[in-house]
Design a protein around this ligand. Structure first.
Ligand code: UDX
Length: 431
C-alpha cells in the first residue's frame, strides 16, 4: 500500500520506517526542514535502537522518502496522523494545535475512499470532531492508538502486542487489516472499537501503568519507615498472576514524554466531562511520583548533614529511562538540576542523553564517562538504570570516589556486594 505519515517526530518517524517493514511504500511529512533533512540522510533525530538501520535500508529500497511538502501525499490512500500532543502551557490538558493543523493541511489532498488514521494520543472526543471534516472530503477517519515504548519502538511497532482499531465502518476495518496484514497473520489480537473507546484505551493504559508505578512507590514510602524491603515486597506480590511483576520497580518514578503528560491531560479531560472525581486519584499518582524525586534530594542533602553547598555529587543517568536519549520530564535530570540549584557540585554522565541535557541545562557539569563522573564524588546517585551502570564494579568505583556513599534511585545495584566493597548504600524503599 502507499501511505503517508504526517509528523516525523518520535512516533511518526518510527511508524513511517516500521510500515516499510510491513511491506508498504511510505512518505513521511513534517514541517521541520531540519528533521526531514536528517531523516533523508538516514539519521534519526533521536536515539532509538535499530531505527537508523531500518531508515537506511528502507530508503535504499525506495520504499521510504521524506518531504516537507504535504502535496507529496498524492497517490497515498492511507494517511497516518502522528504529530505530538504536548501538555498545554497552562498545564491543563493536551495541546491539540498540531493535530488540528495536520488534519487541516491534509484535507485538500484527500481523495474519496482514502483513510486518515489518527495515531496521536488525544483527549477522548477528538476523533469524533475530526471525522466530520474528513468525511466532507469523501475520505474516512479511523483512530488507531500506538503503544510503543521508547527504546523498543521499532519492535513494538512491527510486532505490537495488540492492535486497536477505532473505526466507524467495515471498510475502515478492512483497510487497517490490510495495513497490518503481516502482524494480523502472525496472530496479533485486534480489538475493534468506536472512536471514543480507541482514544480511551490509550489514555487508560498509560494511566494504569503510571498508577502501578506510583502504587509501588507509595509502598516504598511505607517500607522505608519500617525498615522493610520494597524489592522483596514487589517480587512477592508480583508472583500473583493477577498483579504481575512488571512495572513494579520502585525508584525515583516515571518521566518521559507520555506518562506524566497523559495522566494530567486525562484529568483535565475528565474534569471537562464533569467526571473529575472518577480520576482524581491520578492527581495522587502524580504527587507520589514527584515526591520520590524529593526523597532522593533529601537523602543527598542528609548525606551532607544538610549542607550540600560545594559538595561533589556524581549523577549517573540523565534520560528518563535507559536506551533512550529523551530527557522530557526526566526524574534523573530534574534531580541533577535541583541539586545544582542547592549549590552542590553536580557532575553528570549519561551514555546517550548528554547532548540534549547540555542544550537545555548548560549550567550543569558533564563528564565523558561514568568513571570521570565518579572521580572525587562524595555521594553517587544512580538515577537511570543503564546497563553500564548496573555493570559497575563496586571495588573499582570505591577507589575513584572521595566517599563511598551510594544512593540507588532505581534499586538495580546489589546492596550486599556494594556494602562488601565498603559503600554506604541507600536504596529507595529498602532498609
Ligand atoms: C510509555 C508506555 O509504556 C507506552 O506503552 C506508551 O505508548 C508511551 O508511554 P515510555 O514512556 O517509552 O512508554 O516508557 P516506559 O517504559 O513505560 O517507562 C515510563 C517511565 O516509568 C520511565 O521513567 C521508567 O523509568 C518508569 N518506570 C517504569 C518505573 O519507574 N518503574 C517501573 O517499574 C517501570
Amino acid at each position: 500500500m502507499k501511505m503517508s505519515v504526517i509528523g516525523c517526530g518520535y512516533l511518526g518517524a518510527v511508524h513511517a520506517a516500521a510500515m516499510t517493514s510491513l511491506g508498504h511504500d511510505v512518505v513521511g511529512i513534517d514541517v521541520d526542514p531540519e528533521k526531514i533533512a536528517s531523516l533523508t540522510r538516514g539519521e534519526a533525530p533521536f536515539f532509538e535502537p535499530g531505527l537508523p538501520e531500518l531508515l537506511t535500508a528502507s530508503m535504499a529500497s525506495g520504499q521510504l522518502r521524506f518531504s516537507t511538502d504535504i502535496a507529496d501525499v498524492a497517490g497515498c490512500t492511507v494517511h497516518f496522523v502522528a504529530v505530538g500532543t504536548p501538555q498545554r502551557r497552562d498545564g491543563h490538558g493536551a495541546d491539540l494545535t498540531y493535530v488540528d493543523a495536520a488534519v487541516e493541511a491534509l484535507l485538500p489532498h484527500l481523495a474519496p475512499g482514502d483513510l486518515v488514521v489518527g495515531k496521536s494520543t488525544v483527549p477522548v472526543g477528538t476523533a469524533g470532531r475530526l471525522a466530520v471534516d474528513v468525511a466532507a472530503t469523501g475520505a474516512e477517519l479511523a483512530w488507531n492508538p500506538e503503544f510503543l515504548r521508547e527504546g523498543f519502538a521499532v519492535k513494538d511497532t512491527i510486532e505490537p502486542d495488540r492492535l486497536v482499531y477505532g473505526v466507524a465502518s467495515e471498510r475502515a476495518r478492512q483497510v487497517l487489516d490490510e495495513v497490518y496484514a503481516v502482524a494480523v497473520a502472525a496472530g496479533t489480537p485486534v480489538v475493534e472499537t468506536d472512536y471514543a473507546t480507541a482514544e480511551l484505551v490509550k489514555t487508560a493504559a498509560n494511566a494504569f501503568l503510571a498508577t502501578k508505578i506510583s502504587f509501588i512507590n507509595a509502598m516504598a514510602e511505607i517500607t522505608e519507615v519500617v525498615g522493610a524491603d520494597i524489592t522483596l515486597l514487589a517480587d512477592a506480590i508480583g508472583h500473583d498472576a493477577r498483579i504481575g511483576r512488571k512495572f513494579l520497580n520502585a525508584g525515583i518514578g516515571f518521566g518521559g514524554g507520555c506518562l506524566p503528560k497523559d495522566i494530567r491531560a486525562f484529568t483535565a479531560r475528565a474534569e471537562e466531562l464533569g467526571r473529575g472525581e472518577s480520576v482524581s486519584f491520578l492527581k495522587e499518582v502524580d504527587a507520589i511520583n514527584l515526591r520520590r524525586r524529593e526523597r532522593v534530594i533529601d537523602l543527598t542533602v542528609d548525606a551532607f548533614d544538610g549542607r550540600p553547598h560545594g559538595r561533589r555529587v556524581a549523577v549517573l543517568g540523565l534520560s528518563f529511562k535507559p536506551h533512550s536519549d529523551d530527557i522530557r520530564d526526566s526524574p534523573a535530570l530534574d534531580v541533577a538540576v535541583r541539586l545544582h540549584g542547592l549549590g552542590a557540585d553536580v557532575v553528570s554522565y549519561d551514555p546517550e542523553a548528554m547532548a540534549n541535557a547540555r542544550r537545555l541545562h548548560p549550567q550543569l557539569t558533564y563528564a565523558d564517562s561514568a568513571e570521570k563522573a565518579l572521580a572525587g564524588a562524595e555521594v553517587v546517585l544512580l538515577v537511570t538504570e543503564w546497563p553500564e551502570f548496573r555493570a559497575l564494579d563496586p571495588v573499582a568505583a570505591a577507589a575513584l570516589v572521595d566517599r563511598p556513599v551510594l544512593i540507588d534511585g532505581r534499586n538495580v545495584l546489589d546492596p550486599v556486594a556494594w556494602r562488601a566493597a565498603g559503600w554506604h548504600v541507600t536504596g529507595l524503599g529498602r532498609p
